[in-house]
Design a protein around this ligand. Structure first.
Ligand SMILES: *Cc1c(COP(=O)(O)O)cnc(C)c1O
Length: 361
């Protein structure tokens, strides 16, 4: 077996212990005589799995009791429509901060249903920073205020959340869920596609405050109504059963092996520091994000020379560091160092980058 260090932005690495457990339980889960993949979602065994996964998520993320946890499909992208359909139901207005492509997609989709306002944008500098926000510019009667907490493509993250008063703040945490503690009570809703930091692709997590439910637009399709899934404990139809099971294994790993999100954060900070310190001292490689807004999870960097970038990506791949090519809108490279990337993977990448720099300058 020769496993690579996979720096993909998503789907991405899963902890080896999780993969080993899933493999060991592949032919028979417990004494059920079957794989979780084959199980009825209405079975006693599966009911225990989904309930335990929810309980673990609530415990690990410290989710208050007045929030519902939903296990949905359709990716974070379906949330871009579910939010306005379910929540743009008072003034019909919502506020957006444009910090990259995902934030922009949430805005564009909402603009199809109501008045979507851009409060600030960092497009002027290729989204390399988080804009400073002035609460006096916020729409007082907005139905929600949307931010993308960690910007996967551009490698920025919010270190402080806007104070939106009574307007529910909604955060896209697709690429930072479970990477560090987050105060759920500051948000009306959080959501995440699970394939970056939590599970295989196919599962979307929604954490929504109860008072935001039950006021949905008439045109909202049944499947896109949060209340439908709340009323049926995420079992209105067949949920993404196997992904939920793997998410449960990941949560167990965070709780038991890592020791919770404070420890996870410390490990993620250590990994990010290794890489950013190297970038700050390198004469060849440069980070693209202002230091104060740097992501712990996605680290874009460039050499300033496209041919050299391509050579680096190719040689890194041959050395077992894969998926380092940057997003087409930033160019260069991007190392996504999610929870499952071991410290050793980043140490080895940095050593490889130092060698490459020496050999090519
Ligand atoms: C990947 C990603 C999305 C899109 O997720 P899908 O599950 O593919 O729809 C949205 N927002 C952020 C921040 C992402 O990283």
């Amino acid at each position: 077996m020769a496993r690579v260090y996979n720096f993909s932005a998503g789907p991405s690495m899963l902890p080896e212990k999780v993969l080993a457990t899933a493999a060991a339980e592949m032919m028979e889960y417990g004494t059920s005589g079957q794989s979780v993949m084959e199980m009825s979602h209405r079975s006693k065994e599966y009911d225990a799995i989904i309930k335990e996964t929810e309980a673990l998520l609530r415990e690990v993320m410290n989710i208050p009791d007045n929030y519902k946890v939903l296990f949905l499909q359709g990716g974070a992208s379906t949330q871009f429509a579910m939010m306005p359909l379910n929540l743009m139901n008072g003034s019909g207005k919502a506020d957006f901060v444009i910090t990259g492509q995902w934030a922009n997609k949430a805005y564009q989709e909402a603009a199809r249903y109501g008045e979507a306002n851009v409060i600030a944008s960092s497009k002027d500098k290729t989204f390399s920073y988080i804009p400073k926000l002035d609460p006096s510019t916020f729409t007082k009667d907005a139905d929600y205020f949307h931010i993308c907490v960690n910007n996967t493509i551009y490698g920025t993250k919010y270190n402080e959340f806007p104070d939106t008063g009574d307007v529910p703040l909604i955060g896209d945490i697709s690429s930072c869920i479970l990477s560090e503690p987050i105060d759920v009570s500051k948000f009306g809703m959080l959501y995440a596609g699970a394939q970056k930091n939590m599970a295989p692709a196919g599962l979307t997590i929604v954490i929504i405050r109860e008072d935001l439910l039950g006021n949905v637009r008439d045109i909202c399709p049944t499947m896109l109504n949060y209340q439908t899934h709340v009323d049926n404990d995420s079992m209105f139809n067949t949920p993404p059963c196997y992904c939920i099971y793997v998410a449960g294994l990941v949560l167990k790993w965070i709780k038991e092996d890592i020791g919770g999100l404070e420890n996870m954060k410390a490990i993620n900070e250590k990994k990010a520091k290794l890489l950013y310190d190297f970038l700050d001292n390198s004469k060849m490689f440069k980070g693209t994000v202002v230091p104060e807004d740097r992501s712990l999870m996605n680290v874009p960097f460039i050499t300033g020379n496209e041919e050299l970038d391509a050579k680096f990506v190719k040689e890194a791949k041959a050395a077992g560091f894969v998926n380092l090519k940057g997003h087409r809108s930033v160019g260069g490279m991007r190392a996504s160092i999610y929870n499952a990337m071991p410290v050793e993977g980043v140490e080895k990448l940095v050593a490889f980058m130092a060698e490459f720099e020496k050999a090519n300058s």
